[in-house]
Design a protein around this ligand. Structure first.
Ligand code: 5AD
Ligand code: SF4
Ligand code: FES
Length: 347
């Protein structure tokens, strides 16, 4: 089929075959039409509001060894930190004072907080009237359940890649099956579920990316975070090429067409490759931005990849900056929680 017909089919039926997705990804001639279609579907299904989520990177301690990531345990160049539970709750309080409605608690995967400490952090933040998204990596079902009962609303766990070989090569000691188990447990426990992938991993083909997009759809994910893989010099993938901005935005735009109601962030990694990257993303299907609300020296110490934006800025500066940019393209910052399908705050 012609590319324009595939774009039309995606915009009207929100479904495509793997082959059609591959055709879209391979051809660059109609990219503007693809982005405009994704922008229309975004406007129609999730509106013109942009949801801001305040990101708290509360610890960079990690027991995993993902080949692409600067926080991998074998990277001894990283100075590890762990914010105290009360410091984390204070940061959430500051985020609330900046009018954030959601905080995202993100860390490396580790046991450096006890379950009791995490319960305390979650219930204290919940008591502030904020929605809570967790991004703590793989845990057992019981732990996910305890955090859900403590008040967590959403969970982010990217599948990273659905290609079994690539997954295996890049995640020593981890298993694809367990990651899918985590996603299914989270969904069953009533979390709003976020997943996503890296774009431009070594040996990743357009077919792999098409499978990733179809996986998001099969899972019926509520949130999808996508970004280019950016090689980090202190990792085994230092010499790799990394993903491109354009392919990342295309994967995101196709994801919007196929999952019209999803919350999709304009990610920091996109802005790292293009100085207007988040705004371009917001005009190509995205409806969420996750500004960093971590303070001081810790902002520089959560280095997944080089060139991370905003490391020398303050939370206050970033909220002003991004609000101005959002208004500059005729969109507004949402004053709502921004659940999928206007679900209400639970717990
Ligand atoms: N480049 C881009 N994204 C990365 N992540 C980890 N390392 C990199 C990198 N080098 C992403 C992973 C993870 C998220 C928190 O950060 O996809 O899920
Ligand atoms: Fe740890 Fe997450 Fe980085 Fe993997 S991607 S090394 S789990 S912080
Ligand atoms: Fe941080 Fe613009 S969002 S400086």
């Amino acid at each position: 089929a012609k590319i324009v017909d595939i774009i039309n089919k995606a915009e009207t039926t929100h479904s495509l075959t793997k082959e059609e997705i591959v055709d879209l990804l391979r051809c660059n001639e109609y990219d503007q039409q693809l982005f405009l279609a994704a922008d229309r579907v975004r406007s129609q299904y999730v509106g013109d509001q942009v949801h801001l989520r305040g990101l708290i990177e509360f610890s960079n301690v990690c027991q995993q060894n993902c080949f692409y990531c600067g926080l991998r345990k074998e990277n001894t160049k990283v100075k590890r930190y762990r914010l105290s539970p009360d410091t984390i709750v204070d940061l959430a309080g500051k985020a609330k004072s900046y009018n954030y409605k959601t905080v995202v608690l993100q860390s490396g995967e580790s046991q450096s907080y006890t379950v009791t400490e995490m319960q305390y952090i979650i219930s204290s933040i919940k008591a502030l009237g904020l929605a809570i998204t967790l991004s703590l990596g793989e845990k057992n079902r019981d732990e996910y359940q305890i955090y859900r009962e403590a008040g967590a609303d959403r969970y982010l766990l990217r599948i990273e890649t659905t290609n079994p070989q690539i997954y295996k090569e890049l995640h020593p000691g981890m298993s694809f099956e367990n990651r899918v188990r985590c996603l299914l447990d989270l969904k069953e426990l009533g979390y709003e579920l976020g997943t996503g992938c890296l774009v431009g991993l070594p040996n990743q083909t357009m077919e792999c990316l098409a499978d990733d997009i179809l996986f998001f759809k099969t899972l019926d994910a509520d949130m999808i975070g996508l970004g280019p893989f950016i090689p980090n010099a202190d990792t085994p993938l230092a010499q790799e090429k990394g993903g491109t901005f354009t392919t990342s935005i295309k994967v995101m735009a196709i994801t919007r067409l196929l999952l019209p109601e999803a919350n999709i962030p304009a990610t920091t990694a996109m802005e790292t490759l293009n100085k207007n990257g988040r705004i371009i993303a917001l005009q190509s299907g995205a409806n969420v931005v996750m500004p960093n609300v971590t303070e001081g020296e810790y902002r520089k110490m959560y280095m997944l990849y080089p060139g991370k934006i905003c490391v020398n800025d303050t939370p206050k500066h970033c909220i002003g900056c991004i609000t101005g940019k959002i208004q500059g393209i005729g969109r507004h910052v949402s004053t709502e929680f921004g659940f999928r399908k206007s679900k209400k705050l639970t717990n």
